[in-house]
Design a protein around this ligand. Structure first.
Ligand SMILES: Cc1ncc(COP(=O)(O)O)c(C=O)c1O
Length: 516
């Protein structure tokens, strides 16, 4: 057992210590801690207040981390069998975490136990195999383990000079990602919080590059007085893209909208003639239907000098990693920038998004950061490619996912999720319900009748707890959204969830819900 502590004397006088029979030195404290009389000592708040720094350093770190690992393992092991949404009585206990800031320290084990005892049952089982809401991946075992190790490393991955190992992992991961996604090998890229910031990054580079072509340096001179940029987004663009454009000063409301078809794809027959400077935003993976814009065709039609095509591929870009699905997005590699998520379909823990930019220098120009105290390097400095300077080394988990799955494992993960989505669609159709979209990827939209009935079914499914699905409005129809994005989902999970959905749609009274 390794115990970390410093032999610094606490500010307790020996007289006071003698009076109260309390420890008169840190060493004394440690001895008492080890012999299990910590609780007795805690009765002297004066002592705890003066010793709090020492307290943090004398913790038995090994025991604490093993305790955390045990608790996390128990949580993960429980995921396949637990109900997905937390029970109201577990949610009610969240309030116990909301206390005034304590004056005195407590043992870290105590803080951890509180988090686990209150937090774990009150969590939504998003990491589990039957959470089908939004587009949420789980965490592959290799990535969870890598995440723990990377957290222990605690590397602020901004500068190669300081953190060469995690900076190298970024470079390697980026190269592997470009390879597996079939994007140009010399793209620049950055590891950001999610697809929103990945689009932000790509579009920041786009803004700079198209204005540069027009003779304006937006990086130095900003947007006041700049030539206006024509920005196009589809009617079905994800709000992450419009938000990014808003943040970049391109205005959420001055965007020109492109018409879409019945699956939410840009209708290329309606493409206007685009004049530079311009940015055209396409997407692969509509958040409702999973459909893909015909990026290759769009690029052929609009790409000229000063016109940039950006692709939001938060989850849909992963189709490129599957030989079976790749034809769905053929031509996607012709774009100028791409945004995707690691935390969705690659199943790495939150938060992890990745931006790829063909014009490596444009990305570097807008993201570069320098100061006298930041040692430069001839190697790739991660902070020159992302909005953040200090951040965690997000590529560690990406590296672990790609290293452990390999090319075939990633393809299998993506294809398996799509097969489950088709299984859902056929099961619900066979039960007499209407599937509203062409199930081309991992997304299924189901109507159970009118809006009221469909919403009632969604609420029942969520409440019953076998699985979790959300709702949406798709081209005027209220629908249940099923998104299959988790590595751990099995055929049995799909069957159990199908049964729960069909039960919810065919029974008025909620079955088996005692304790809710
Ligand atoms: C198509 C699309 N773009 C962007 C996003 C936003 O991703 P993030 O939440 O990782 O920023 C999502 C999220 O579901 C999405 O589906």
């Amino acid at each position: 057992m390794v115990t970390f502590y410093r032999f610094r004397r606490c500010r307790l006088t020996s007289r006071a210590a003698a009076v109260h029979n309390r420890p008169n030195s840190l060493h004394d404290y440690v001895l008492r801690y080890r012999t299990g009389i910590l609780d007795e000592w805690k009765r002297y708040p004066q002592a705890t207040a003066t010793c709090h720094i020492e307290l943090q350093t004398m913790i038995d770190q090994r025991k604490l981390l093993l305790d955390a690992a045990e608790r996390a393992i128990q949580y993960c092991n429980g995921l396949p069998d637990r109900r997905v949404a937390p029970l109201p009585r577990h949610i009610a206990r969240i309030g116990e975490l909301e206390r005034p800031i304590p004056d005195d320290p407590c043992a870290p084990e105590e803080a951890l136990a509180l988090l686990d005892e209150i937090g774990s049952p009150a969590s939504m089982a998003m990491a589990g195999p039957r959470f089908f809401g939004f587009v949420i991946g789980g965490a592959l075992p290799a990535t969870l383990a890598a995440n723990w190790l990377a957290t222990a490393w605690d590397q602020a991955t901004g500068l190669h000079h300081i953190t060469p190992m995690t900076a190298k992992l970024e470079q390697v991961s980026l190269r592997w990602l470009l390879d597996i996604l079939g994007l140009p090998a010399d793209c620049g890229g950055g590891f950001v919080t999610g697809a929103t910031m990945a689009s932000f990054s790509g579009l920041a580079a786009a803004r700079y590059a198209v204005l540069k072509q027009a003779g304006w340096d937006a990086d130095s001179d900003g947007l006041f007085g700049a030539p206006p940029i024509n920005v196009y987004v589809s009617d079905e663009a994800h709000p992450a893209v419009t938000k990014s454009l808003g943040l970049l000063g391109l205005g959420r409301n001055r965007l020109q909208r492109l018409a879409t078809d019945g699956q939410g794809r840009i209708n290329t027959a309606c493409l206007p003639s685009v004049t530079a400077p311009a940015i055209v935003c396409a997407q692969v993976g509509n958040v409702n239907t999973g459909s893909m814009d015909p990026v290759g065709e769009i690029c052929e039609r609009v790409k000229h000098k000063g016109i940039w095509v950006h692709v939001d591929g938060a989850f849909g870009l992963w189709a490129a990693a599957s030989p079976e699905l790749r034809p769905l997005i053929s031509g996607v590699e012709q774009a100028d920038s791409w945004a995707t998520d690691g935390h969705k379909w690659l199943n790495v823990p939150y938060d992890c998004g990745i931006s790829f930019v063909r014009d490596h220098e444009a990305l570097r120009q807008v993201m570069t950061v320098s100061a006298a105290y930041l040692p430069p390097s001839d190697e790739r400095d991660p902070s020159h490619y992302t909005p953040e300077l200090s951040r965690r080394p997000r590529a560690v988990e990406v590296w672990a996912a790609l290293r452990s799955l390999g090319r075939s494992g990633v393809a299998d993960l993506i294809e398996r999720c799509c097969a489950h989505a088709r299984h859902f669609a056929s099961g619900l159709e066979n039960a007499g319900f209407e599937v509203l979209n062409d199930v081309v990827l991992n997304q299924v939209l189901v109507s159970f009748g009118d809006a009221k009935k469909t919403n009632r079914v969604i609420a029942r499914v969520q409440q019953e707890g076998t699985c979790w699905v959300g709702g949406t409005l798709w081209q005027g129809h209220t629908a249940m959204r099923i998104s299959v994005s988790n590595w751990a989902t099995t055929n049995d999970d799909v069957e159990r969830s199908l049964n729960a959905m069909i039960r919810a749609a065919t029974t008025e009274k909620l079955p088996g819900c005692t304790g809710l």
